[in-house]
Design a protein around this ligand. Structure first.
Ligand SMILES: Nc1nc2c(ncn2[C@@H]2O[C@H](COP(=O)(O)OP(=O)(O)OP(=O)(O)O)[C@@H](O)[C@H]2O)c(=O)[nH]1
Ligand SMILES: [Mg+2]
Length: 458
């Protein structure tokens, strides 16, 4: 028993020893592990430190690079800024140069103006001096002329005085002459009145013997009333167209105004026809504005049952007219002669017109040829026949009229041979085809009108 215990104890001890050693080994191992862990941790720490260091290096490099770039960018900006500033400075310099140039030019211009002003002033001064000299000279001349004028006026006054004395003497002589002339005229008029009365009495006796009614002179009152009735107006030339019935008076009045018988009555046409067409005396105006002062009167025809020859002149109031145109148609009649006598008695200008010349020349041609065949005539032969008839008609008319005037004791005057169409063409269109006396008639009528109405033609 004591040995078992000791063995057990020894085993126990052994076991304890081994456990302690195991514990020690485990402890060592744990310490080794711990140191190993610390080493690894230190290693790791070192690595991390190295990494941190590398990162810091990298960051520093990046920062450096960034800094470098920033610097370069700043430098670029500075360069651009400098460029800009240089450009601005250059622009300013240019502007400055321009301003200086302008200032220089302005200064030059100013100098020029100054020079021109000085030149003007110099010229003005010269002119003024010249003007002063001229005024001085004029004044001197005026004074000289004034003195001369004074002398001349004194002389004129003296001459005027002499003249006045002479005129007074002449006036007295003139007055004396006038008185003598007046006495002579009064005596002459009294003599003429006696002669006229003797003539009128003799004429009345002669007419009575020949069965011609006496001439009746209208009284002043009758004359005035007739002027009123026919619308006589001062300032107009009153022309009456008279003659036997159907002689062509109305046609003539139309043609003299450049109108056709066939024109519309609204245009102031005098009515025409073959039997006693005009029954009342009627006034017509001239459509030509340059002849508006002409008053044409169409008078009814004489020598009809209604209007007897011997009453014609007075009944129609022909004594109030300024001009009377006596129209003869186919032949000159006693009525025409009476009308001319009346015009002479009343001192009225008379024209004698032989109308319808175309018709009468045509009749002559027909009468000449009798039965000859017109168709066989060539143009030239017809023309010759016409010329021959026309010549003969003109000569016969003039001779007959001359002889008639001579026979009745009237002074010679022209007979105007016309036809309405030629006259109208002449007045309206100034055409002179186939005229005989149309041109002369218009010319002489215008002349008489001019003489009687001087003031209206001016
Ligand atoms: N061929 C031709 N015929 C004319 C001419 N003049 C007038 N006649 C004609 O003769 C006719 C009478 O003409 P009017 O002008 O009416 O005669 P009037 O003298 O006014 O007639 P009353 O008023 O009746 O007194 C008309 O048929 C006209 O056409 C002319 O120069 N030549
Ligand atoms: Mg008539």
């Amino acid at each position: 028993m004591g040995n078992n215990n000791s063995h057990y104890e020894h085993q126990l001890h052994e076991e304890r020893e081994r456990s302690r050693r195991q514990h020690e080994a485990a402890e060592n191992h744990r310490r080794w592990l711990e140191s190993e862990r610390d080493r690894i941790a230190a290693e790791k720490e070192r690595e991390l430190e190295a990494q941190r260091h590398a990162q810091a290096e990298k960051a520093r490099a990046l920062a450096l690079q960034h800094q470098e770039e920033m610097k370069r960018a700043q430098e670029e900006r500075d360069r651009i800024q400098q460029e800009k500033e240089r450009a601005v400075a250059e622009k300013h310099a240019n502007e400055l140069r321009l301003i200086e140039e302008q200032a220089r030019k302005q200064a030059e211009h100013q100098q020029e103006l100054q020079r021109a002003q000085e030149e003007r002033e110099r010229l003005q001064a010269e002119n003024h001096e010249r003007e002063m000299k001229r005024i001085q000279a004029e004044k001197e001349e005026e004074i000289r002329r004034g003195e001369e004028e004074l002398k001349r006026l004194e002389e004129a006054h003296r001459v005027q005085e002499e003249l006045r004395a002479l005129q007074e003497q002449m006036r007295l002589e003139e007055e004396k002459k006038k008185m003598e002339e007046l006495a002579r005229k009064t005596e002459e008029e009294a003599r003429k009145r006696v002669e006229k009365e003797i003539y009128l009495r003799e004429e009345a006796e002669r007419n009575l013997q020949e069965g011609i009614p006496p001439v009746k002179y209208p009284t002043g009152e009758e004359f005035h009333l007739m002027r009123q009735k026919l619308g006589y107006q001062e300032g107009y030339l009153h022309i009456a167209i008279t003659g036997c019935s159907g002689c062509g008076k109305s046609s003539l009045i139309n043609a003299l105004r450049g109108l056709k018988n066939s024109n519309s009555p609204k245009g102031g046409i005098a009515k025409t026809g073959t039997s006693e067409t005009t029954t009342e005396i009627e006034r017509y105006y001239d459509p030509d504005s340059s002849r508006q002062w002409l008053a044409w009167y169409d008078v009814p025809g004489a020598g009809t049952v209604n209007i007897r020859d011997w009453q014609y002149f007075n009944d129609q109031g022909l004594y109030i007219f300024d001009v009377i145109i006596v129209v003869a148609g186919d032949r000159f009649t006693q009525t025409d002669v009476e009308l001319l006598f009346h015009c002479k008695r009343f001192g009225i200008t008379a024209f004698v017109v032989r109308s319808k010349s175309d018709q009468q020349i045509g009749n002559l041609m027909e009468d000449d040829d009798g039965d000859s065949d017109d168709e066989g005539d060539n143009e030239e032969r017809k023309r010759n026949r016409l010329l021959e008839a026309r010549g003969r008609y003109i000569a016969d008319t003039r001779n007959n009229f001359q002889a008639l005037l001579q026979q009745v004791g009237l002074p010679q005057q022209k007979v105007y041979i016309v036809c309405k169409n030629a006259l109208r063409s002449l007045v309206k269109d100034s055409k002179k085809a186939d005229v005989i006396d149309e041109v002369d008639l218009m010319r002489d009528l215008t002349q008489v009108a001019k003489d009687k109405c001087q003031s209206f033609l001016q």
